[in-house]
Design a protein around this ligand. Structure first.
Ligand code: APR
Length: 234
């Protein structure tokens, strides 16, 4: 359970060229969630769903972590026990920035898994059926992206709440708050909180945060890291 939690969303990867979901031109403007990212769509729309995640997986192959990823990974490495990185993102930019300890709440785009036997495989940036043409190598059932769809269980949330148990400083970066509303984390135990987004979100009450930075994550990150270091010193 960390003293400082850095909680991120799609906005932290935007400057690396990975589309967010709800900004103008975002992913959900071009795809229907109910067709490729909702519980059950693998039953009636398997091929289109696999194709959607194959495309997203291939798209992250050449993406590089930006200054924000690198700064938070360096912060975590300086304070491995006091700082926890939690992300809603399924890309691997924190890993590419050298992070070995991050909680992916909504899964990980490079991984595919079998819902029947639990087989899990990191296929890198390949198409699922390029690597596993005949389905699960253990039980031959169809494989799926290891990504949480809307309406599905998100088991890692339990780990998030455990991580938040001792949290005294919350940093929120690049999320609209539409799926996980970070306002609800702001209890009396949180002594200091920072909200960094490109612009206000109707799902977040920025009055609740000690500091609000409406700017790009790469432009805000030095100030944020400075505040975390100062907080940990006291
Ligand atoms: N720097 C900081 N914030 C940014 C930047 C940037 N360069 N660019 C965009 N943002 C902010 C936007 O202002 C917006 O508030 O990032 C936020 C992105 O919001 P969403 O697109 O809703 O993404 P996110 O909050 O991560 O979505 C949560 O929804 O679709 C599901 O599972 C998916 O994990 C995702 C979840």
């Amino acid at each position: 359970m960390a003293k400082v939690v850095v909680f991120s969303g799609a906005g932290i990867s935007a400057e690396s060229g990975i589309s967010t979901f709800r900004d103008s031109g975002g992913l959900w403007e071009n795809y229907k969630i109910e067709e490729i990212c909702s519980a059950g769509c693998l039953d009636w729309n398997y091929d289109a769903t696999i194709e959607f995640y194959d495309k997203r997986r291939e798209e992250i192959a050449d993406k590089e972590p930006n200054k924000a990823h690198k700064a938070f990974v360096a912060l975590k490495k300086r304070h491995p026990k006091e700082v926890a990185l939690i992300t809603q993102n399924v890309d691997d930019l924190f890993e590419k920035a050298g992070c070995e300890d991050i909680l992916h709440l909504h899964g990980f785009l490079r991984e595919v898994r079998c819902e029947t036997c639990g087989f899990l495989d990191d296929i890198g940036y390949a198409k699922l059926r390029e690597v596993h043409a005949d389905g699960c190598p253990r039980c031959s059932h169809p494989l799926r992206p290891n990504v949480v769809f809307f309406g599905e269980a998100a088991p890692k949330y339990a780990d998030m709440y455990k991580e938040l148990q001792d949290c005294e400083m919350l940093v929120v970066v690049g999320t609209s708050g539409n799926v996980i509303n970070t306002d609800m984390f702001l209890n009396s135990q949180i002594k200091y909180s920072i909200l960094n987004n490109l612009e206000p979100s109707s799902a977040i009450d920025d009055r609740l945060y000690s500091k609000v930075l409406y700017k790009k994550a790469s432009e805000a990150v030095d100030e944020i890291v400075g505040d975390v270091e100062a907080f940990l010193e006291n």
